[in-house]
Write a protein that binds this ligand. Structure first.
Ligand SMILES: [Zn+2]
Length: 122
């Protein structure tokens, strides 16, 4: 909920409690009922604001995840020099990104993007 909306609700609730007390002080059976209802409504609004902030705090926040891909596999993985298929320039690990399940190679020299094909290692 927006902070401004919360402030307005809080001011409204304070007004309700204040007016409710005036009705309670004024006395009379009708005034007492009106005063009690207004005071309770005011406190109810404060309770609503409190629970709303509690719910907001308990909700999971959007977490930005970064996936780091390292080209060194497990086991007897041979270190291979990656070269741009277009211009043949050496391409480092920082130029390889994981995109939609595949490894995408972007050449820093000519800007060519190419998908790395997984080759069986056996
Ligand atoms: Zn290139």
């Amino acid at each position: 909920m927006h902070v401004a909306v919360k402030v307005i609700i809080a001011i409204f609730a304070l007004g309700l409690i204040f007016l409710g007390f005036i009705f309670l002080i004024a006395g009379g059976s009708e005034n007492l009922i009106v005063g009690a209802v207004m005071t309770l409504a005011g406190f109810g609004l404060f309770a609503f604001l409190y629970y709303d902030s509690r719910i907001m705090a308990s909700q999971p926040k959007l977490v930005h995840q970064e996936v780091n891909v390292t080209m060194g596999g497990s086991g007897d993985f041979q270190e291979q020099k990656l070269n741009c298929p277009s211009c043949g320039a050496p391409v480092g690990q920082k130029d390889v990104t994981l995109m939609s399940g595949g490894l995408v190679l972007k050449c820093p020299y000519c800007g060519t993007t190419s998908v790395l094909e997984e080759e069986p290692k056996w």
